[in-house]
Every structure is written in structure tokens, then in C-alpha cells.
Design a protein around this ligand. Sequence first.
Ligand SMILES: [Zn+2]
Length: 474
Amino acid sequence: MKYLRIAKLLTAHVVGWGSDGGFGVRAGLGTLVAEVLVEELKEKSVNEIEVLAVVEEEGDSWMTPIHEYLTNETLPAERKKARAIKRKSQRFAIINGMLYKKSFLGPWLRCVGPSQANYVLREIHEGSCSMHAGTRSVIAKALRIGYYWPTMHKDARALIKACQECQVHKPVPRNPQEKLNPITSPWPFYKWGIDIAGPFPEGPGKVKFLIVAMDYFTKWIEAKPVATITGNQVKKFVWENIVCRFGLPGEIISDNGKQFRDNPFKDWCEKLCIQQHFASVKHPQTNGLVERANRSLGEGIKARLGKDNKNWMEEISHVLWAHRTMVKSSNGDTPFSLTYGTEAVIPAEIGMPTFRTAEVDVAKNDEALKINLELLEEKREQAAIREAKSKRQMEKYYNAKVRNTSFKPGDLVYRNNEASHAEDTGKLGPKWEGPYEVTEALGKGSYRLKDRNGKELPRTWNVCNLKKCYIHKM
Ligand SMILES: [Zn+2]
């Protein structure tokens, strides 16, 4: 089905081929792929062409009047409307029959209608390489890869709010106990945080722990599942996943677990002139960055797996990928772009080509990438400035955060699973269970609840163990 979709979306490029002499100026990757796939299409039945309509837009959308004006100068009869369209169209252009919008900083944005927009959002939020990220990250990613539609924010918020997986697995909010201590790193890949997550359900090869490391500057994340945690395992991990990929680090920050503190790891670090710093387990704030990465790694895996979580190992690479290509709010860039100087191509882009994938020019691509690399240094500097700024804001935010919620009878809520123990707990169990209906508000944050069969629940439940449930409207 995916092949068919690509074929249909790319047929436009095949028309008018040859006019510039075969592999002319525009004969890029897109054209080559299209040619092969279009042949396959001939064999398929009518049925399967209808499947394409899932992503093809049907009927009029917000793009229709702009498209009509730009292709054959037809305007709506009403004068006011016509003038508005005329003005609006200045910021759009038709390239190969496709509508694009000029963006202020980034690439030309491919305009999409409602069902295509839904496909893009779903692919980014819950698709094959995603970790159920929040609204801002999803929108930033969609824009960055090059999609546009007028109601991006609203649509993303609605889709994510109603995502069942996200609601069940969202972490239980906890107010911070201590002031946050920001650390800024002098250069990419100089300072790494390293930590161990688990135990998880035992996977093939008896692996049940995850060694996780994150670069303080680019937020690039590396992880490896292991069966046991020994100094030798840690040594091997740092050698293979950090030194051999990013060069020698200057500092490694970890808790003072004995696999980090004692030999053979200690000696090994000394030999390579890597400074070790230890953050006490009792004061996780110092080591907060890795703790946080660890948590989001666990959350991402959980949301992807649902409740059947025997395959956590196979999901790791997807979650790592999603983490690396998602914009980090602390520095406004993706770890991938800070590492390689350009954005990665993700599956949504192939399913529905953006300007970048549809118009790739093999000869010029290399040159453009070189320019990107030249700009990388500047990009990293800007990211460092943004990061320092965001850390100041984060401190402020942590000190002012107060939680304030109330419910009324008839509201649907989830219960904190740690408090109710209604579902399996443990590291990969759901954080929330339900939904239940509020039957009575008793004041001071306590509530009576009933389940979906109308049965009243024993005890009253405090607001700190409840959260609002949003139901899918499909
Ligand atoms: Zn989700």
C-alpha cells in the first residue's frame, strides 16, 4: 500500500520527463523511484487504487481557491473574498502541480489538506518512528520537515489530547523538591551523562538492563541493553558507543554505583584522561539530565508497547531514533541536526514527499550538504546560547510551579495506578488506569467515583491521584 501511495504522489514528476533530455536538471531520486514504481502500479486492481484515497485529498479544501488562482487565475465571484485570495496567494507557489508555501526561515513548505494533515500528524506522533511526543515537538517536526496547513496547532493538540496510549502512560506529576542546578557543556561530545535503567522484563539473551548515555550539549542519546551491569560492560559500552563514534569524552558524569566508581572502569578512565564526576543517588538533580533522558526513554518505550511489553528491546532503536530527531525545547534544535548539520529524512516524508525529498538534485545535494556542515559551527553556537537562556527560564519555572485541578460530577478521570494497584505495576506497567466517572465532589480535593458498569468504588479518591480523561471522538 505504501508503494502505491509513493507511486501516485510521484507520477507528476514523470510527466514532462525527457523534455530536458532524460536525466536533466530535475532527474533526481524522486523521478527514478517513480519510474520503477509506476510499472508496478499497472498490475494492481481498482480496489487498491481506492486505498490511495486515504492520503489523497477528496473535494475542496483550504488550498482549492489558492490553487485555482495560481494555476488559471480564477477567483471567487465575491469581491472581498477575491481580494483576500489574491493577497494570500503571494506567499504560495505551485511547483510540479503541488502547492507550496514560502516559509520565513526554513524550506518551502508542502501544503496539505485535512486528511493528509492527519496522516502527517499520526505518523509523527504515533507512527513507525515516534515516541508519542507532545504538541510543540510534533508541530516543530512537521514544519521542519516541510509541511504546512493553517490549523496545525489546533489539529495536533486535538489529536494528542485524545491519544489513548499517551493518557494512560503520562507520568504522575511531582513537584520539584530542590532548586535545579544547570550545567552547560563547553563543546559537543565533551561531557556525557551515563546511567542504568531497569530492570525491565527479561528479553532474549537474558537482557534486562539498559545502559543509557547522553551528550550534554547535543542531547544525542546512546543506549544498549545488557544482561548484567559490571564495570566491564560499562567500559565496553563507553568504548563502542561513545569513543568509537564521537571521540574521547572529557568528562563522564554518573551516580556512584560500583560499576562506575570501582575498577576496571575507574582505571580505564584514568588511562584515557577522562574525568569522572559522581552525583549522589540521593540528589538526582545534579545528574538530572541523564535521569530525565532515562525517564523519557522508558516513557517512549512504554507508550509504544501498550501493556504487552515483552518486546521492549526491539523498540529501543525506534525510540532512540525518535529522540534524536525531535526538537529539544532547551536548545531549539534536534540532536541529529546538531550532530550532522542537517535534518534526517523520516518515513512520513517518503509516504508524502516534501520539497526536499521530491526535488532532490543529486549533483547539488552534496554541495548543499557541505554548506550545511560549514554552517554547523554557527548552529551549535546559537544552540548553546539558546540553551543557556532556556536553563535560566527553567529554573524560574521550577520554583513557581503549582498544581491546581478540580473535577465536577460527570467528569471522566483516570486513577494513578501506583495508588490503586488496579493494573500490574513495575517499570513498564501503565501509570494511569480507568477511566472512571466522578459521582460526587466532597471538597478539599476528594471525590467519589464509579466504574464503567456504574458500580461505586470503595473509599474516596484525592485529586493528587486523579487526572482528567479525554475520549476519542471518531
Ligand atoms: Zn500518543
